[in-house]
Design a protein around this ligand. Structure first.
Ligand code: GLU
Length: 317
């Protein structure tokens, strides 16, 4: 088998926190356990939300944790650049290709129109009912359109490395989805597919919150004539109240944990214990965990982070 290529693809919209360190660690372990190549790609595609100081901070946090990469914004590599903000021409080329195949159309709907158009879909999203398919641009004056992909009536299924088979009728769940926003920013769904394919990523390990995006991405791979990678969606870390740990929970940012005396081996040991790789909590450098990695051992449900997170700062638990 050829060596695998995996990646960690954070959006620099906040500080690295325990939840993103969890995904980074598992993606890194998967690659290192297989002797593969680790890619760090910065998904700074949205200029309104991305900040370069978050990019610098998250790279420093990853290095501090002992999670290195073989290709990335600082190290370079055969598929540079590794920041999406510098790869817009590739997303535009892919759009051109889809447009020439008649697979995208401009959408002039306003936010208000969208809200009144559709009932909530199965995933709580509002599936777009296709109002602008065939709508005449003259009708809407000078409004700048977004671009939507024409979604076929079809269920897309794939086998996830953690979750097993996952199937979705994209038309019912999302409808014709946006591939470029009206402000010209390319949509995550398009950019992630173009970049994972261009960077020859074979294995995508990421958070479960992106599981229901994956059928849309698999559709894009197919329409662009590309081969999808193998996917594994790991459970999210949640607070004791069941809510997802978010970037807003500052006390669990790595910067804050470090300020409270956390050592990298405590954080890594804690996350490895939560993943199911260690029977009891014990501090451990990331490199020592590589032989323990096994996708089948990763907890399937949400992983609860309670008071035991104090172990990250060296407290007895
Ligand atoms: N940039 C996305 C995020 O930070 C992750 C994309 C992915 O792993 O596919 O949520």
């Amino acid at each position: 088998m050829d060596a695998i290529r995996g990646r960690f693809a954070p959006s620099p919209t906040g500080e690295l926190h325990l939840g993103s360190a969890w995904t980074a660690l598992l993606a890194w372990l998967q690659v290192r356990a297989a002797g593969g190549t680790m890619v760090l790609r910065i998904e700074d595609i949205d200029p309104e939300r991305s900040r370069s100081f978050y990019t610098a901070a998250l790279m420093a946090d990853m290095q501090w944790l002992g999670l290195d990469w073989d290709e990335g914004p600082d190290t370079g590599g055969p598929f540079a650049p590794y920041c999406q903000s510098q790869r817009r021409h590739l997303f535009e080329e892919a759009l051109q290709y889809l447009a020439e195949a008649g697979l995208v159309y401009p959408c002039y709907c306003t936010r208000g129109e969208l809200a009144s158009l559709a009932p909530h879909g199965t995933e709580g999203e509002r599936p777009y009912p296709g109002k602008c398919r065939g709508r005449n641009a003259q009708e809407v004056g000078g409004r700048k359109p977004s671009l939507r992909l024409i979604v076929p009536q079809e269920t897309i299924a794939f086998r996830d490395g953690v979750k097993g088979v996952f199937a979705q009728d994209i038309a019912a769940a999302a409808g014709d989805f946006i591939v470029r926003r009206s402000d010209g920013v390319h949509a995550y769904q398009l950019a992630v597919v173009v970049d994972d394919a261009a960077m020859q990523i074979t294995h995508v390990l990421r958070g479960e919150d992106l599981l229901d995006s994956t059928p849309r991405q698999i559709l894009l791979y197919r329409l662009l004539g590309l081969t999808p990678p193998v996917f594994a969606h790991v459970p999210l870390l949640v607070a004791a109240d069941g809510h997802r740990l978010s970037k807003r929970q500052r006390d669990l940012s790595l910067a804050s944990l470090r300020a409270h005396g956390a050592r990298p081996e405590n954080i890594i040991g804690y996350l490895a214990w939560k993943a199911g790789f260690l029977d009891v909590f014990s501090p451990m450098p990331a490199a020592d965990l590589v032989p323990e990695f096994d996708l089948a051992r990763i907890a399937k449900g949400p992983v609860i982070i309670g008071d035991d997170a104090a172990a990250c700062s060296g407290a007895d638990i």
